[in-house]
Design a protein around this ligand. Structure first.
Ligand SMILES: Nc1ncnc2c1ncn2[C@@H]1O[C@H](COP(=O)(O)OP(=O)(O)OP(=O)(O)O)[C@@H](O)[C@H]1O
Ligand code: SF4
Ligand SMILES: [Mg+2]
Length: 355
């Protein structure tokens, strides 16, 4: 089980025109990933999804908060002890081509980690071929056909399956899939998504599914929680179907409608989200981060920062004061909006077919 509490990460950057400034990539993200469960994160580009995935796999550090794996808080451990925990959590990146070494065959790609793993667990390193064949079959590839091949001789879908097989060589307990199908031909996406779903049920692997696409989140993260992130902050979360079928936060409603339109040109509605301004990324605001783009913003929204509250909660401060959302248990549907409403969401076809 993974428990993340208040994870924050701020990057210090230096732009030619903007000078030195801080970019808050994550602003206090909380979630629980039960064994064999799934948590999906959805949000537009730059909201912090990859940063979160990298933190969970130890590829990136965090400035604040706690990361607890199987009851052990990782920041208190030595780098070596931490690495042991991070080995259990493997990441599948967006681009399978760059994730594989172009000069190595599939055989070489799987052989090294399998021999190392066999030594670690007291197995027979000489039996790595059998294990490679087993893993390739598990991910839907024909071992004899793909073992001698180089990445460029495989399709995008086959490459991503090899990447998944390589992640499985260390017997991970958690997979982080970061936009795992976005660079793959549309015709092969559903196969990879089904594979990720299957790995949950067949191997009991837990899944953190990172996407900007609500349809894939619903398909793969079925039965788990969906967290909607805006500029590093979770603005709505709950069981995946609850959030998708009854979105309450205007940003979630905009994501579901997926029709960005300039504010002011149309009547306000859930599908009327102004485009993000470069300034928004850096501006510190006392109010709601979504206020500059929100079709339902009021003066109060520019001044008061909403915290997560349960449905029916009455707004700012309630999340941190009267109601501790952590006490509501996993799967509670909570949102951070001062003026929530279950507004009609127009548009998108949600389902496996659109994956
Ligand atoms: N190494 C870095 N140095 C400085 N800023 C960074 C760094 N990595 C990420 N950022 C910034 O942090 C924010 C979050 O980036 P991140 O890559 O996590 O977003 P994302 O949700 O994965 O976006 P995308 O959907 O485009 O992959 C962005 O504003 C990004 O510019
Ligand atoms: S708090 Fe206000 S600005 Fe923020 S999402 Fe809700 S209505 Fe929009
Ligand atoms: Mg990313």
């Amino acid at each position: 089980m993974i428990q993340a509490r208040g994870i924050t990460r701020t990057y210090q950057t230096h732009g030619a025109f903007t000078g030195a400034h801080a970019v808050p990539a994550l602003r206090g993200v909380d979630f629980t990933l039960p064994d064999g469960g799934a948590v999906s994160f959805i949000g537009e580009s730059g909201c912090g999804k990859t940063t979160l995935g990298k933190i969970l796999t130890g590829l990136e550090t965090f400035d604040g908060g706690e990361l607890v794996v199987d009851g052990v808080e990782l920041s208190g451990l030595s780098a070596r002890a931490r690495a042991k925990y991070f080995r259990r959590i493997q990441m599948i990146h967006q681009d399978p081509y760059s994730a594989l070494n172009p000069t190595r065959t599939v055989e070489a790609t799987l052989g090294d980690p399998l021999r190392m793993r066999a030594k670690e667990i007291g197995g027979d390193p000489g039996k790595w071929r059998e294990r490679a064949a087993e893993l390739l079959t598990l991910v839907g590839l024909e071992p004899a056909a793909v073992l001698p091949k180089y990445p460029h001789q495989l399709s995008g879908g086959q490459r991503q399956r090899v990447v998944i097989a390589r992640a499985l060589t260390v017997d991970p307990e958690v997979l982080i899939a970061d936009e795992a199908v976005s660079m793959i031909d549309v015709s092969m996406r559903l196969g990879i998504l089904s594979l990720l779903r299957d790995l949950r049920t067949r191997l009991g692997i837990s899944l953190v599914f990172i996407t900007h696409d609500v349809a894939t989140a619903r398909y793969v993260g079925d039965g788990g929680e969906l967290h909607v992130i805006y500029r590093g902050e979770v603005v709505e979360r709950g069981l995946t179907d609850d959030v998708i079928l009854t979105p309450v936060h205007p940003y979630t409603q905009c994501l579901l409608s997926a029709v960005p339109i300039m504010r002011g040109l149309e009547e306000p509605g859930p599908d009327r989200m102004a485009p993000i301004r470069a300034l928004d990324e850096r501006t510190a605001t006392p109010g709601c981060l979504f206020e500059p783009r929100c079709p339902f913003a009021t003066q109060e929204c520019a001044l008061t920062h909403p915290t997560l509250v349960p449905l029916g909660g009455d707004g700012a401060g309630v999340g941190s004061a009267a109601v501790d959302v952590g006490d509501l248990g996993d799967g509670a549907h909570v949102h951070a909006c001062l003026h929530p409403a279950a507004r009609r969401v127009v548009g998108v076809e949600i389902g496996a077919a659109s994956a």
